[in-house]
Structures are given as structure tokens and as C-alpha cells.
Design a protein around this ligand. Structure first.
Ligand SMILES: [Zn+2]
Length: 94
């Protein structure tokens, strides 16, 4: 009887160890997921910031006569082809 009892105890011990290991793995996975999510949030935030920067710097104007793109709208006429600035309009690159 005593031998059987000891064997049962050992078995119980092994099962306990197994459960502990599974719990450890589980918490590790959860930690990984959490850190992944926070990293994704960070990258999304930086993406948005980049988009904002790009859109603000993309205020360009294009001359529909000669196709030249300007950073600022020419005052009266296109300096390249000399056409009226009526033909130079805001250009949104996509
Ligand atoms: Zn022009």
C-alpha cells in the first residue's frame, strides 16, 4: 500500500509541475500579446504623425498649362510658361 501511495504522490507532483509550467507559458503569451498591442499602437501613432506631416507639406500647386508643380502659388503668372495664375491650382498628390 505504501508503495502505491508514494507512486500516487509522485504522479500528483508531476501533474502539479505540469500545471505550473502551463500557467507560466500562458502568462508569457499574454505578456507577448500585450507588448505586441502596445507596439502596434505606437507604430500606428507614428504613422498618423507622419501622414499629418506629409499632408501639411503637400500643399503644392500645379500649372495646368505646362504641368510644373510649385511649392507656393505664383503671384500672377506661371514663371515657366507665363500663363495666368488662374490656371495654377492646388495640387493634391495621391
Ligand atoms: Zn506653366
Amino acid at each position: 500500500m505504501a508503495v502505491v501511495q508514494r507512486a500516487n504522490e509522485q504522479l500528483q507532483k508531476k501533474q502539479d509541475e505540469k500545471e505550473v509550467k502551463q500557467q507560466e507559458v500562458k502568462t508569457e503569451k499574454e505578456d507577448n500579446i500585450k507588448s505586441n498591442v502596445s507596439q502596434q499602437n505606437k507604430s500606428e501613432n507614428s504613422k498618423k504623425q507622419n501622414e499629418n506631416k506629409q499632408s501639411s507639406s503637400k500643399n503644392q500647386y500645379i500649372c495646368y498649362e505646362c504641368g510644373t508643380v510649385f511649392e507656393k502659388k505664383p503671384q500672377k503668372t506661371c514663371p515657366i510658361c507665363g500663363i495666368s495664375s488662374k490656371y495654377i491650382e492646388k495640387y493634391e498628390a495621391k
